[in-house]
Design a protein around this ligand. Sequence first.
Ligand SMILES: [Zn+2]
Length: 305
Amino acid sequence: MKYILNGSKLSVCALGALLLCPGGAAVAQNPPPADHPAVTVKGQTYTPRSILARNMGTPEDQTTQFTPHKIIGNIYYVGTKTLSSFLIATPEGNILIDSTYERNVPTIAKSVADLGFKFSDVKILLGNHAHGDHQEGDALVKQMTGAQVMAMAEDVPLLQAMKPGGKEHPIDRILHDGDRVTLGGTTLVAHLTPGHTRGCTTWTTTAADGGKTYNVMFGCSLRPPAMITPANAEEFTRAFKTVRALPCDIQLGDHGAQYNMQEKYAKLKDGNPNPFIDPASCTLEADVQEAMFHAVLAEQQAAWP
Ligand SMILES: [Zn+2]
């Protein structure tokens, strides 16, 4: 088997691999990623194909509202069945993380309203990483709310290439690793966890609930591409180390499957302990993706003569 190393994102797009096409993630599924290598973590076996399928679900899952719900404190889920969007409510307005696909923005606005908040009170829009399934709707959110859109510097080129319907991608503040975003007494910290994209951002904050304070981590995707370049490998290695060192009682992610959202949501009942408080599984996604990263690298190296 021969691998062609080519740094150009366009050619990766043309190969139809792994959601690397800015603003066009939906078109990049054909052919699907390989069904090898396989890794087993905590009794569950994963392949690149199964991970992508787990993350994305069906096209319908990607656009169907999931019941909006409180996760903890002032943090709420307002995304679809498989694409996360989070609302952080403060007395001075709200923060939204991830607009997802542009066509989902009205659904997110509905989820915000269903929870009793006003979509027009979104003052700040943050992102997980510059792929269309997470940030394509940024321009429309800005149009509907006037929110300040903030982006990690390393993701700016990909975001600028994301122009649904020809709309320029808005960027009001450029962030760097460790930057803080504060609104109405809530502070989120941006951690650069590169690899999946160069500016992939893991957000952390704290949430108060029932007289206690919890560390909340909004994980960025750690899913490796089909072809890992040396520079990309160095980024992933840094990201895995960073993520593992973050304080975490509640791990969230850009796809609900990364934190078993649907199973946890099903256990969310008054009187039960909050199922989202689950420090033991905070590094599960990193474990899965790091195992896959090493397996992909090993397969890649074995393919070279
Ligand atoms: Zn992605």
